[in-house]
Design a protein around this ligand. Structure first.
Ligand SMILES: Nc1ncnc2c1ncn2[C@@H]1O[C@H](COP(=O)(O)OP(=O)(O)O)[C@@H](O)[C@H]1O
Ligand SMILES: [Mg+2]
Length: 359
């Protein structure tokens, strides 16, 4: 089978362009989970998407693969794969794009392995469903894939229950790589595993992307995972893209107070080890999002203007974009962000400010 879709060879591999994604819910009506998010993933590039739980990362990942649940809809913008709007193609084409071009490794992927079939059988079937390969050839490929993900090929005829969680996740990654996709969407691929196994698998994924010329959209709530693995990154907060671009630029010269806060909250990989400083409070509830900057309620640098509307994304560097009204005091924000008092003092701030704004 070959995909008949007309791809544009000059377009970015993945172009998420001002995308809005809503969920229809019985209790709260339509909820905007992703609100005008844009970013691109180029060839042979790893793009990291980071943000606290509930900010919309998995919703973006599912939309890219056309796998939103029934009540989820892309209601604005476009998601283009090699220049082709994913929403404009039929199910059959989408099915071919999935696996052959784009494959998904999610947090629970290992549980997607069928418990009653040998792992080799499942991967052989996946290969034969898309490729004209003999069983022997497909089995040989499974052996190669096992080696690639760091599993012993001798174990390929095992059943999933004979594998540990980490091994199952590796086996699923092998399956996701079977058809040599151009883009892997890895949504918290190691979050369900213990820290040591997480580390090993991330290292392996890192080596694989260099070995296989594959692009990756790596999603994590942990900014240190992204820092270790990615070329470019995006920071999401409450449905919005707060800052995105070249990873070195984002780490060395962050422009967004939320990125500054996230960087404080995780151990640093660049530079000296310092005390972890957390951002007090929680993101707003999706059903009750404030009208201003989504982060204003937790931001130590927010002013009344920040309560009016969410800021537009502005270009702040060559490949560096940020949404914030306070870019003019960036040096001051960077200086004050590492101090815990900066964040805790703010705790009493937002309510008062909102009252002032209401007057
Ligand atoms: N099927 C669904 N129906 C309604 N709301 C949903 C559904 N899936 C996710 N959401 C909501 O959308 C928001 C974004 O969720 P998600 O994309 O899973 O975030 P993340 O992956 O960043 O944790 C959350 O508020 C979540 O509760
Ligand atoms: Mg998620």
């Amino acid at each position: 089978m070959t995909v008949t879709t007309d791809f544009d060879p000059n377009a970015p591999l993945l172009d998420v362009d001002d995308v809005v994604i809503e969920y229809e819910t019985r209790a709260d009506g339509r909820l905007v989970a992703v609100d005008g998010v844009s970013f691109t993933v180029g060839r042979d590039e790893t793009f990291g998407l980071v943000g606290e739980s509930g900010c919309g990362k998995s919703t973006v990942a599912k939309a890219v693969l056309g796998l939103l649940p029934r009540n989820g809809h892309v209601t604005g913008g476009e998601i283009r794969y090699r220049g082709v709007d994913v929403a404009s193609i039929d199910r059959e084409q989408l099915n071919e794009i999935r696996w052959e071009h784009v494959s998904l490794i999610s947090q629970g992927a290992m549980n997607a392995l069928n418990p009653v079939h040998r792992i080799s059988t499942q991967i052989v079937e996946a290969i034969q469903a898309h490729r004209d390969a003999s069983k022997d050839d497909a089995r040989e490929r499974v052996g190669e894939l096992f080696e690639l993900v760091g599993l012993d090929p001798e174990r390929m005829d095992d059943y999933p229950h004979q594998f540990s969680g980490g091994m199952k996740q590796r086996a699923y990654i092998a399956m996701a790589l079977a058809l040599e996709p151009d883009l892997i969407v890895a949504d918290e691929p190691t979050t369900a595993l213990d820290v040591i196994v997480q580390d090993q698998i991330l290292k392996r994924i890192n080596e694989l992307k260099d070995q296989l010329d594959v692009s990756m959209l790596l999603i994590s709530h942990d900014i240190s995972v992204i820092a270790e693995t990615c070329d470019r990154m995006g920071v999401m907060y409450s449905g919005h893209m707060m800052e995105h671009g070249d990873i070195k630029s984002l780490f060395r010269n962050p422009y967004n107070p939320y990125t500054l806060g996230l960087q404080n909250a995780f151990p640093t990989l660049f530079g000296e080890q310092k005390a972890l400083v957390s951002i007090p409070g929680n993101p707003p509830d999706i059903a009750e999002r404030p009208s201003g900057c989504q982060f204003a309620g937790r931001c130590p640098f927010a002013t009344d203007r920040c309560l009016e509307a969410h800021p537009e994304v502005e270009q702040v560097g060559e490949d560096h974009f940020s949404a914030c009204y306070r870019h003019d005091i960036i040096e001051d924000m960077r200086r004050r962000a590492p101090e815990q008092e900066t964040w805790t003092e703010r705790r009493t701030g937002p309510a008062e400010r909102e009252e002032v704004a209401d007057d």
